[in-house]
Ligand binder design. Structure first.
Ligand code: GTP
Ligand code: MG
Length: 392
């Protein structure tokens, strides 16, 4: 784990340095491509926004307003209302220990009280050992699903020698998981297929949970009901820049999509989170997708469906190593209004090597078991400042 952590930290340091070097030395680069028409739609900044007939002008990010008390469980009351939601875990049989760790915490801090079902997905059948191991941890409903072959494995139309050469190049440059085909299958599946699984069809909202993560705080309100009632579409806890070497041509593909489908881009979107120059270049910021609480309809809708098909056809999941984090983040930022992307500031969360530890007063309210000074938002490479600035 240490080696992996060190790689990641080193990789991030390189990304940050490169980003700054490039933004100084290549100022004119992005501007060579004209995006005038589209820029009119992005605008960004503190725009008036029309929502259900009301005009709202943001002065600060929505998360600065605490979650209303009505979403909190009152003492000695039982739950009378739930969202149509599910906890989703993609896992290998060998991930059982890590899943046990994540699920035990999620149950203790949240789900024993709230009672949401689980769906586990795998491209291989889950073993009886895995199934009984996780079933023992909850009284809530659990379903185990097999991923259809074509939703997982590298498609035949991918030029394998070209993909192999790219993998070798990444190995030569010490790119984390640069060698791995299964990792790429996973990223492509999470980007464009998990929400199509038959077991997820009946649900509207999901919480993605990975093995070996930590939930630090007691959660006494229902984040799914919050998402549903407040019409949020995508929720995150940590945001950071992607490693540039894994996505060299992703932004070009995104710009091409936008140019071809301007009508699919949401008004008052979050382009200002993704780009520091009105959409010409990507600042590599993304929501760290190992944690997601989101609306499955965001991915099922026409815009993201076409967007994923466009990206998939480029082959970048295999010719490069496009991650589901930048792909989802770009999708959410372009196809939702910016205020529909929610920062779950009050959910304490850790996925090695980073954590979000809520600050006062949320830290006390949630009895958070984390060091208040160990908080990714304070790190220089957190992208939370990019999120904040789209509201100010
Ligand atoms: N079924 C299956 N699940 C996988 C495979 N590879 C990864 N996953 C799951 O996909 C998710 C992301 O994989 P991780 O290995 O955690 O990737 P990561 O978070 O980028 O890297 P780590 O720092 O190793 O956690 C996790 O839920 C894994 O359990 C695979 O080959 N098969
Ligand atoms: Mg992980």
């Amino acid at each position: 784990m240490m080696t992996k952590t060190r790689y990641l930290v080193l990789a991030l340091a390189i990304v940050i340095s490169l980003h700054y070097i490039l933004s100084f030395s290549h100022e004119g680069y992005g501007r060579a491509t004209s995006l005038e028409t589209l820029r009119n739609q992005w605008k960004g900044g503190n725009l008036a926004q029309e929502s259900e007939g009301k005009i709202h002008v943001w002065h600060e990010p929505p998360y600065k307003t605490p979650v209303p008390e009505k979403y909190y469980l009152q003492p000695n009351t039982t739950i009378t209302r739930r969202a149509n939601a599910v906890i989703v875990m993609l896992a290998r049989n060998g991930d059982l220990n890590g899943i046990v760790q994540s699920m035990t915490q999620l149950e203790a801090k949240f789900n024993t009280k709230f009672g949401y079902p689980y769906v586990f997905l795998n491209e291989e059948p889950f073993t009886e050992e895995f199934k009984s191991g996780v079933t023992a941890l909850t009284k809530n409903k659990i379903e185990f699903g097999l991923i259809p072959h074509d939703h997982w494995y590298q498609p035949d139309w991918i030029d394998e020698p070209k993909a192999a050469a790219s993998r070798q190049d990444m190995v030569d440059h010490d790119v984390i998981y640069g060698w791995s085909v299964p990792y790429r299958n996973m990223c492509r599946f999470n980007s464009g297929f998990f929400y199509r699984h038959e077991l997820l069809q009946k649900y509207r909202y999901y919480w993605r949970v990975e093995p070996d993560v930590k939930f630090f705080c007691t959660l006494d309100y229902d984040p799914f009901l919050f998402m549903q009632d407040e019409k949020k579409k995508y929720g995150f806890t940590i945001s950071l820049p992607e490693y540039e070497r894994t996505i060299p041509t992703l932004w070009a593909a995104v710009k091409e999509f936008i140019a071809e489908n301007p009508d699919l881009i949401s008004p008052d979107n979050a382009m200002g989170f993704l780009s520091d120059d009105g959409g010409e270049s990507y600042n590599n910021c993304h929501f760290w997708s190992n944690f997601e609480i989101a609306d499955l309809d965001l991915w099922r809708g026409e815009a993201y469906t076409k967007f994923f098909a466009h990206l998939d056809a480029k082959g970048g999941f295999y010719y490069e190593r496009w991650g589901d984090a930048p792909v989802h983040s770009i999708g959410a930022a372009l196809f939702a209004r910016k205020d529909q992307i929610h920062f779950f500031d009050d959910i304490g969360y850790r996925h090695v090597p980073f954590q979000h530890c809520p600050q006062a007063p949320a830290h006390g309210r949630g009895k958070c078991e984390c060091d208040i000074t160990d908080n990714f938002d304070r790190e220089g490479w957190s992208c939370l400042n990019r999120y904040d600035r789209i509201f100010t």
